[in-house]
Design a protein around this ligand. Sequence first.
Ligand SMILES: [Mn+2]
Length: 424
Amino acid sequence: MRIESSHIEKHNNKLIASHVRKVKQLSREIPNTQRIIRKLMEFQIAIPSWALGTGGTRFGRFSGGGEPRSLEEKIEDVGLLHALNKSSGAISLHIPWDIPSNNKKIKALAAEHGLNFDAVNSNTFQDQPHQKYSYKFGSLQHVNAKVRQQAIDHNIEVIKYGKALGSNSITVWLSDGSCFPGQLNFRKAFQRTLESLQEIYAALPTNWKMFIEYKAFEPNFYSMTVGDWGQSYLYASKLGPKAYTLVDLGHHLPNANIEQIVSLLLMEGKLGGFHFNDSKYGDDDLTVGSINPYQLFLIFNELVEGMDARQMNHATDLGWMIDASHNVKDPLEDLLQSVEAIKIAYAQALLVDRKELNRAQERNDVTQAQEILQQAYRTDVRPLVAEARLRKGAALQPLQLLRELHVRQQLISERGSKTVATGL
Ligand SMILES: [Mn+2]
């Protein structure tokens, strides 16, 4: 199905009067609203191809119906989101779950929906049918050079798919590690992984970036070979200027100070991008902002401060992606909520009075520093986020419109109620 501009106009017309009132009121209260709205209009968040179906846990998966059955239908779903919010203008593909059968056709279909191809993702954490060697004991770290070569070749193949589609980055997440003490020689595992990554790095086209994603635990529960930002930073530094660390919000040990990690990686020019989600206990992959929106704001506060210090373009110089799983909610609804949460946190971070904060910090005025941050965080910036959408021709209330148009029921009637999308 498609969302027509007439649907959006009709929806916006109903809400416009109250919306205009709220924006006027906010513009009187805060400075630079026009600048914030412009920045919000530019900011796009990529949707991963694996997040459009119902996710699950190792205990089960409860499909919601109308899930995309092919890459074409996944692009169509991201197109629906983008039509509603004009903030999800990119899709991040996972290979081999979403191998394009015809690059030209897939590119044209994405362009029709106003979508680009964001980072491509390799997979050496599962064995694929007809695969010669198993990744049971790791991929790029494996003791057997033939297994490592198979994983290297896969990553190089993923780069080729990405290149054909106009992507310019690859995200490498490894499940490599060990489950028990003594299983692995840490130094050897690191060295083998580094040498394997070097071969992949050598295959990167000139304008490409390699994102090295870390994760503290799972599926390996004793050690992970890229277990934290320090290890990722080590690999990225040794590899060269095209390699960066990727921060997935759910991949830390409990209570980690993610905003500090972000600040230091930015300072070193080694922060590449983000996987947004939220969590209560571990890698829960919940809707962005559903558990700890204040932390999300604090992360964006460091992002804005750190990117401005390096004169970076907020919208384009880092990779912004969602990486979540939708086990009980409609994936489309959940993704709209996530994008909204990201834009709210970004808008709040843009509100922070940097000069005043700096003055408070230099005076050791701890109380005032907290007041400045919380003043921004407690401002209801939703009318600004909605105004940015309105100016781009999107819906004032995307989630409400999705429901008004009965999008899921339509997708079920088109695709059936027993469809299962590829993914975890
Ligand atoms: Mn991730």
